[in-house]
Design a protein around this ligand. Sequence first.
Ligand code: ADP
Length: 263
Amino acid sequence: PKDEWEVDPSELSLGQEVGSGQFGLVLEGSWREKKVAVKMVREEAMSEEEFIEEARIMTRLSHCKLVQLYGVCTQRSPMCLVFEFMENGCLSDYLRARRGRLSQDTMLGMCLDVSEGMAYLESSNFIHRDLAARNCLVSKNNEVKVSDFGMTRFVFDDQYTSSQGSKFPVKWSSPEVIKYCKFSSKSDVWSFGVLMWEVYSEGRLPYEHRSNAEVVESLNAGLRLLKPRLAPDAVYLLMEWCWKEVGTGTTCTQSPMTRPTFI
Ligand code: ADP
């Protein structure tokens, strides 16, 4: 292989379809004795050259609470991305399937798993840009791991990438992202607050009956998601802290006036 992250197609075997997403089909497979998930990238779905440039950095990000990108197979068309396999699928479906049966310890543990993965990303100066329960996956032993970090940068569909687009994740986005596309670890923290809300709402959609435009309007008016019935007061306080407007530059970064950090 010409590069450390290049997956040799002869070492990769492909199996059944396990899902499909923004970039195309996801298959289960195996690679070097490991069960893997293989994302087959639909042509014209991804800016492939830019992704390959970034693949080196992304394969080096390695943490037990991140879904590992093992490598990329560029010698085949379609190009495919090889990830650690997560037996229990995405977190939003997992939560919905277990409604009424999730203990307080389980829900807090899920939030903690995600915050650990995100603390690693923040300390690596890597911004997720699309943190949500649908972009976290659950392992065989029910650990939650953060997935799809940084991937929206390579999506071609501008309905998804433009904050005006119909598929833009407005309901997970901070005001500064909606207004000026200013992504940062602080905007990831906002999204983390929404993810905590999803966990304690057992996988419900935030602002379920409201349009994106209505959400933007109510955020501007200072309104926020309400406390989920299952969330303890201390957890809801943390959510509200994640949903502060970012300071104007004069406040100390650990002040409760601004958002917390993951680290
Ligand atoms: P995309 O990022 O291209 O939109 P997703 O990451 O949402 O695609 O993947 C689509 C579906 O494929 C997920 O909902 C999940 O069911 C399955 N999937 C994705 N990655 C994995 C993985 N690493 N292990 C197991 N299943 C996966």
